[in-house]
Design a protein around this ligand. Sequence first.
Ligand code: CP
Length: 335
Amino acid sequence: MTIRHFITTQDYSRAEIDALLLQAAEFKRSPRGQQLAGKSVALLFFNPSMRTRTSFELGAFHLGGHAVVLAPGKDAWPIEFEVGSVMDGDTEEHIAEVARVLSRYVDLICVRAFPKFQDWAVDREDKVIKAFAQYATVPVINMETITHPCQELAHAMAMKEHLGDLQNRKYVLTWTYHPKPLNTAVANSALLIATKLGMDVTLLCPTPDYVLDERYMAFGYQNAKENGGSLKVSHDIREAYTGADVIYAKSWGALPYFGRWEQEKPIREANKHFIVDEEKMALTNNGLFSHCLPLRRNIKATDAVMDSPACIAIDEAENRLHVQKAVMASLINGR
Ligand code: CP
């Protein structure tokens, strides 16, 4: 039997995404239930988290389920992912056993595994979560790898709450400066969900080096075509912000510089002016601002923007709780 996972929203039709968002709105109105009664969820964190851990753990609890949180390599054994590996290094057990054993204990396996960030050709294979999906006999949920599909749903829900119908609303995904190069997961995800919802999307970034991976650009163009929206790339801040309904900020490292971050640093440093500030927001169509959080204030966005009524980042963060309940309940019920 084929197992339905939640690894990328590209595996889900527009109708399925809309249904998850409707279910999430139901959970927001009525937060408690028994949809996960007697069920358990493993939350595996290879990287730090505040929102994801809290919202998944409490989400399972609110629906009568139980979550077990594990940090492989810290409070659980380090895991080997290479097939055929002679395991004489630091790893203590293979994903083939980890995923199969967890599948005997729990009803869902949720994984956060950021890319290693040295070689994009390797990172883009998303091997960790794919290995969980390969060996698990229960559904696997992506809690952020090279995309962040739960964040996508929470973002979509927040935009719908404030704007209603999103069709052909002008959406700007803007790169922002950060002192460290960050992964492209949320940027990839923002592109996927905004195009899937039929928005007119502009990817604003300093230079062509910051355009996202061709796979996600291609999905974006395909989604836009299928859903009556559009996608374009701009390096012109004023042109991109003018008339925008939504500004979504994220910092990410330039793909051609993976593993050569010292060479990328001067480019990033030269583009600190991509910060989201009041002057830029004044160009928008009374636009909303959001970010996945965590956010460095006065680096990515100013205090004035973060504290303004336009900022819906806290709503988006709250919505993680509701959308993840919808995803968990849907996968459990689908089994
Ligand atoms: N946005 C998000 O995933 O937050 P955390 O990294 O705190 O989980």
